[in-house]
Design a binder for this molecule. Structure first.
Ligand code: ZN
Length: 289
């Protein structure tokens, strides 16, 4: 892994590790309505996000080859109010950084929100809308939005994501382990949505192995689409590379090896039994590595 997109408490520590290790990262500062040891409430989380960006922004470019990027990460519709989503989005626009949200993860989250049924997954908004439709209503569904999961999506949700220019991060292992739902990756890609690949956190996935997610996404995508020819190895590799770069706004700098881009790459050992014989290096990377 050359680049990661994180969201968690104490981003200062994450930033420090990014600088020390040489990896590239977009460090998202979480926003929640409730207090934690990190912040007192939504406005405090948002203020801390802005302070974090201002503190590290110029420093990172001068001294760390621009490897450190930033995001504001209002956690999810059931933990963040409409007001805080709008304030978070305003900050994302002000600093031109992504807004990283975990959304449409479970069927309950979507259904309870749309029908106004009481339950822990219901969104905090008073509007009887699916959370993605509510994002559109609030004007926060645009190219800044990184919508993680979207394991429950209708044709309308997919259209809204495409029209807004948002990115989706598919986390197949987490979705399966938590029985969240099946992200219609094939239909999203066909509709022109930028879909990248993620692991979710160790709270929902025992392994943060991107090769494991890659293999699972490629196989599961075929099952969900009902077509063994869909989600080609090329499409799967794009989800793991260039689409992730696009999601964090770095599509012109990283994500593919091209003249003028940064040479961020990994090396994969092929002289091991599980990688042999090689008929297609792309297939081996997706299904065997
Ligand atoms: Zn998640």
């Amino acid at each position: 892994v050359t680049c990661l997109n994180d969201m968690y408490f104490f981003p200062e520590q994450t930033a420090q590790v990014v600088i020390e290790t040489g990896v590239r990262a977009t460090v998202g500062v979480p926003v929640l309505e409730f207090p934690s040891t990190f912040a007192k409430g939504a406005d405090d989380y948002i203020a801390k996000t802005e302070a974090f960006i201002l503190k590290w922004r110029d420093d990172s470019h001068a001294k760390h080859q621009g490897r450190l990027g930033f995001a504001i990460a209002p956690h999810a519709p059931y933990t963040v109010s409409d007001d805080s989503f709008q304030k978070s989005h305003a900050l994302a626009v002000k600093y031109d950084v992504p807004m990283h949200v975990h959304v449409h993860e479970t069927a309950d989250e979507v259904e309870y929100s749309a029908k106004g049924k009481a339950g822990p997954a219901r969104h905090q908004s008073q509007h009887l809308l699916r959370p993605i439709a509510n994002f559109k209503r609030m004007g926060v569904l645009d190219r800044h939005l990184i919508a993680v999961h979207v394991a429950n999506a209708t044709k309308e949700d997919i259209r809204d994501l495409q029209e807004g220019g948002a990115s989706v991060v598919h986390c197949p292992n987490s979705n399966l382990q938590l029985v969240s739902g099946l992200c219609p990756v094939g239909r999203m890609l066909d509709a022109g949505v930028n879909v990248a690949l993620g692991t979710d956190s160790t709270a929902s996935n025992d392994s943060l192995d991107m090769f494991g997610e890659l293999k699972l996404a490629a196989a599961l995508g075929k099952m969900v689409r009902g077509d063994s020819r869909s989600l080609t190895v090329a499409a799967a590799l794009e989800m793991a590379t260039i689409n992730g770069a696009r999601a964090i706004g770095l599509g012109a700098e990283i994500g593919s090896l091209e003249a003028g881009k940064s040479a961020d790459f990994i090396a994969v050992r092929t002289n091991v039994p599980e990688m042999q014989p090689i008929f297609s290096i792309e297939r081996q990377l997706v299904y065997s590595a």
